[in-house]
Design a protein around this ligand. Structure first.
Ligand code: ATP
Ligand code: MG
Length: 562
């Protein structure tokens, strides 16, 4: 039996605490996560997963995974498999409780027969258009269907024959007999079953009638012994309809629907329909494109489940819709990676530097700490030699006043190594482009040596030319430029806001040799460049590919301070 959680932090926990006090549900807490298998899960689903599984765990309760597969035309097995993988990866376990709404088709049919017998449902021959016309509006009541008063016997006969396949698709429906004048449009004799000859991914061609979501959902919850059916706010108006079959069938131990605000994120679209369009129309490389807000995209990008869970915890649950700054998600990713990431050196846009007074064949193995935030992560050796590469943008021939990086005649420290001074700039004769710098080093300034403490203003990252490993680096930016791409007014809709620079590929990067041992599970901080991880799909030992998980600049934390 569950225990009251005295530290309750949200309104859902407050409801559950109250239920436990009054002894409702014999003290059980049982939730479910009910995805429709018509796409990949996204960060919004992560909120629902954390909420459903997290709430159950908090009360020593249970959470089921239930596929809401009542809509045969859109569902695919690929999506079922991806959803299972994503929920598991996020760190949650449904144990032996994976269900499909289609498992209940027979029981749902029996419930419908019962509703007919009780006089609460009827077969209606109006077309879809007519049903809409008869429905009325927010200001006008609807009109009764001419088929509303069929006898129980006639309804039973017609419904049985609907199932037997005697009628054409769309020619008849089963409707609830509630109230065509209800102020709530959802209660104006909603459709419960439709005829649809469509092969189902699990039941094949066994059925040619399919239950509607609003009918199947409360009864599926009931059949699984769900106590708290947590869903998003747009179902608030459907709540009387959720309760309706449970009440008129006089079922005991009814589940309770509780609505919360869905997650919206700036610079992001969350609708599965749109995400699917992005994939199918080739705007991204797939559902797991690292720019996608999908769980699989975030995983491929190098985000950890811990960061996503932390984000879901911080946004909390509320009763009114709002949009969360994507900077908060990035902040959570950064905080998580700051602890975990190995600090390494990688030069994204290399500029050759020859240290003229460094012996030709000498190589020094220098000590480099793996994570200054966590000394337990140890040190590694990095090779230093006469020819190195630095970042092109770390040199300016004619710098402004506050440029503390390298320029002619100026000194900088090379991280973990020596102070160098720029003596000469070599340019391509034809193009005038800077192709090489000639420098000298001060042997007395090696990092970590007693004599090495002389200070200069700038410190640069670098790699040794002889030892560096080539790599491709992908810088990922927001997929959408506008904050609210879903509300784009132009004719193109969200497409008007697609960011043409969402993916920047740098193909001639050089990384330190320790990265030949990189695995997709390891996260790195490329000094001064951000957090990176191997792309698990495109990277290979011969051809290293890194994604930038997130940059170092924390716009969110900054905005909080000001
Ligand atoms: P669509 O984009 O097609 O409307 P959906 O959101 O209805 O998709 P489902 O597969 O039905 O997708 O969602 C499964 C569960 O995840 C539902 O309980 C739904 O309320 C929840 N969910 C979906 N999107 C969000 C979101 N942005 N924030 C929080 N929960 C969400
Ligand atoms: Mg849905």
């Amino acid at each position: 039996m569950a225990m009251i959680n005295p530290g309750s932090t949200n309104f859902i926990q407050a409801i559950i605490n109250e239920d436990l006090k009054t002894g409702k549900n014999e003290g059980r807490v049982h939730t479910r996560f009910p995805p429709e298998p018509n796409g990949y899960l996204h960060i919004g689903h992560a909120k629902s997963i954390c909420l459903n599984f997290g709430t159950a765990a908090l009360y020593q309760g249970l959470c089921n995974l239930r596929f809401d597969d009542t809509n045969p035309s859109k569902e695919e097995i690929e999506f079922v498999e991806s959803i299972k993988e994503d929920v598991r990866w996020l760190g949650f376990d449904w144990e032996d409780r994976m269900y499909f709404a289609s498992d209940y088709f027979e029981q749902l049919y029996d419930f419908a027969v019962e509703l007919i017998k009780l006089g609460h449902a009827y077969v209606c021959d109006l077309s879809a258009t007519q049903i809409r016309e008869y429905r009325g509006t927010l200001t006008e009541p609807g009109k009764n269907s001419p088929y509303r008063d069929r006898t129980v016997e006639e309804n039973l006969d017609l419904f049985r024959r609907m199932r037997a396949g005697e009628f054409a698709d769309g020619s008849r429906v089963l409707r609830a007999k509630i109230d065509m004048a209800s102020p709530n449009l959802n209660m104006r004799d909603p459709v419960l079953y439709r005829i649809l000859r469509q092969t189902h991914h699990r039941t094949g061609d066994k059925w040619c009638i399919y239950p509607m979501y609003d009918y199947a959902h409360p009864l599926s919850d009931y059949l699984e012994g769900i106590t708290h059916s947590i869903c998003t706010l747009e179902f608030e108006d459907h709540r009387p309809l959720y309760d309706w079959p449970l009440e008129v069938l006089n079922l005991k131990d009814r589940p309770q629907q509780i609505e919360f605000a869905r997650l919206n994120l700036t610079h992001t679209v969350m609708s599965k329909r749109i995400l699917r369009e992005l994939v199918e129309q080739g705007y991204v490389s797939g559902w797991d494109d690292p720019r996608m807000p999908t769980i699989s995209g975030l995983r491929r990008r190098g985000v950890t489940p811990a960061a996503i869970r932390d984000f879901c915890e911080r946004i909390g649950v509320a009763k009114s819709n709002s949009t969360v700054d994507i900077g908060l998600l990035e902040h959570c990713i950064r905080e998580d990676l700051n602890e975990k990431a190995l600090r390494v050196m990688a030069v994204l846009r290399p500029l050759k530097v020859v240290i003229e007074n460094y012996p030709e064949d000498q190589v020094e193995e220098l000590d480099a700490e793996n994570n200054p935030e966590n000394p337990a992560m140890g040190v590694r050796k990095i090779p230093f030699s006469r020819v190195i590469y630095i970042e092109q943008e770390d040199f300016m021939e004619d710098p402004p006043k506050k440029f503390f990086r390298l320029s002619p005649g100026k000194e900088v420290r090379l991280k973990h190594a020596y102070i160098i001074k720029c003596e000469q700039v070599i340019k391509d004769e034809k193009t005038g482009q800077i192709i090489e710098l000639r420098c000298t080093y001060d042997p007395e300034t090696r990092s970590g040596m007693a004599s090495g403490t002389r200070k200069v203003k700038g410190t640069l990252h670098w790699v040794s030319a002889r030892h560096a490993v080539p790599a491709e680096v992908r810088l990922l930016n927001h997929l959408f430029l506008s904050e609210n791409p879903g509300e784009e007014k132009s004719e193109l809709g969200y497409k008007a806001s697609l960011n043409p620079d969402s993916l920047e590929v740098l193909s001639s990067c050089l990384v330190e040799p320790s990265l030949t041992e990189a695995t997709p599970d390891t996260r790195y901080q490329f000094l001064r460049q951000g957090y990176f991880a191997l792309d698990p799909v495109d990277s290979s030992p011969e051809n290293l590919v890194f994604n930038r998980v997130v940059s170092l600049r924390d716009s969110w934390a900054k905005a909080q301070k000001s």
